[in-house]
Write a protein that binds this ligand. Structure first.
Ligand code: ZN
Length: 301
C-alpha cells in the first residue's frame, strides 16, 4: 500500500535555530487563521486555501507565529480572531471560513501538514494567555513557541503540550478462516460509517496500558500482542494519535453504549464489498483511523 498520511508529511524545515533570532526575511508567507479556521477563496474557479495575506492586513495583529522555512521563504501564521471580519473582508475578497477537516481535499498532504501545525500553534497561544501557576498575563517568546509569565516573582515558562491518545485496530485470528477486525459503527442514512476505537492516555499509564484499558472500557475486549504501527499529529486541537494493532483473545465483545453505540467484526473482503456497495464508508480520508483500516484490508484481502 502506497499511501501517505495527512498531517504527517513534513516537507518543511522548522528552523528551530531561527526562533530566538530576529530575522529580516526578503520573502515571507503569512497564513491567516481565524478562530481555528482557514480562509478559502476562489481563484480561476478553483477553491483554494489562502496561504498568504497582504502585509497591511498582517500588521493589524501582533499574534504572529513562526512555522519554518519552505524554499528559502519564511512561513508564519497569524491569528486574526480579534480583527473585525468586515475589515478582513476588505483585504480578502469573497473569502469564506472553513475548518481544516472540511477542506483538506483542497490541499495536498504537505500543505495539510503545515496548516495543521499552524492551527495548533495558534490554538496553543490563544489558550495560554494566562499563567497557570499564578494567573498573570503571559507573553510570547521564541516567535510563538514559548510563553513566559509576566510576573517577575513567578517567571514560569510555558511550552506547547500535546496529549497522547491511542487508536487501536482490534484483530481476531480464527483457525482456517480469514482474520477479522472489529469496527466502531456509526449509523448513517444508507448504511454505516466505520472507525476504530480510541482514547486518551492517563497520567501514570504506558501507551500499552491505555490500549488495554480503553479496549476493555469501550467494547469489553481483552487484548494482547499490542503492536505500534504509526502516529499522526492531530491538532484538533492538541493531540498525538498513536496507532496500534492488538489481538482479541476471543470474539465476544460488549459495547459501552456511551462512546460506542454499535460494533461489528468484518473480514477484509467483507469491508471491500460493502465499501463498493456504498453501505460502508471508512472514516474520513485524513484520519489515521482510515489509514489503519485501509492498511489492514490491503494486507488481509
Ligand atoms: Zn506566573
Amino acid at each position: 500500500m502506497n499511501r501517505i498520511q495527512f498531517y504527517s508529511n513534513k516537507s518543511f524545515n522548522r528552523a528551530v535555530e531561527l526562533r530566538e533570532i530576529d530575522t529580516k526575511p526578503s520573502e515571507i508567507s503569512i497564513i491567516p487563521v481565524f478562530k481555528d479556521q482557514f480562509f478559502i477563496t476562489k481563484s480561476l474557479n478553483i477553491n483554494k486555501i489562502i496561504m498568504n495575506i497582504p502585509i497591511e492586513l498582517a500588521s493589524l495583529s501582533e499574534k504572529k507565529y513562526f512555522l519554518g522555512i519552505i524554499n528559502n521563504k519564511e512561513v508564519w501564521c497569524i491569528d486574526l480572531s480579534e480583527i473585525e471580519q468586515s475589515i478582513i473582508s476588505n483585504f480578502l475578497n469573497n473569502s469564506i471560513l472553513c475548518c481544516l477537516r472540511d477542506c483538506f481535499h483542497l490541499i495536498n498532504e504537505k500543505e495539510a501538514s503545515l496548516l495543521a501545525y499552524g492551527k495548533g500553534i495558534v490554538h496553543w497561544n490563544s489558550t495560554h494567555q494566562y499563567c497557570n501557576n499564578c494567573g498573570s498575563k503571559t507573553i510570547t517568546e521564541e516567535k510563538g513557541h514559548r510563553r513566559k509569565c509576566s510576573n517577575n516573582r513567578c517567571n514560569s515558562l510555558h511550552f506547547p503540550r500535546i496529549n497522547p491518545a491511542v487508536i487501536v485496530l482490534i484483530e481476531y485470528k480464527q483457525e482456517n478462516s480469514p482474520p477479522l477486525c472489529l469496527l466502531n459503527m456509526h449509523k448513517k442514512e444508507n448504511g454505516y460509517m466505520c472507525s476504530l476505537f480510541s482514547g486518551f492516555s492517563e497520567i501514570g499509564e504506558s501507551l500499552e496500558d491505555t490500549v488495554v484499558r480503553e479496549m476493555k472500557e469501550e467494547v469489553n475486549v481483552t487484548v494482547s500482542n499490542i503492536k505500534y504501527i504509526a502516529s499522526q499529529p492531530w491538532t484538533f486541537p492538541s493531540s498525538m494519535m498513536l496507532g496500534f494493532s492488538a489481538k482479541a483473545k476471543n470474539k465476544d465483545f460488549k459495547i459501552d453504549n456511551i462512546e460506542i453505540k454499535e460494533a461489528k467484526w468484518f473480514s477484509a473482503n467483507q469491508i471491500i464489498e460493502m465499501v463498493k456497495d456504498n453501505t460502508l464508508i471508512i472514516s474520513k480520508k485524513d484520519s489515521i483511523s482510515n489509514y489503519l483500516i485501509e492498511k489492514w484490508v490491503y494486507e488481509n484481502s
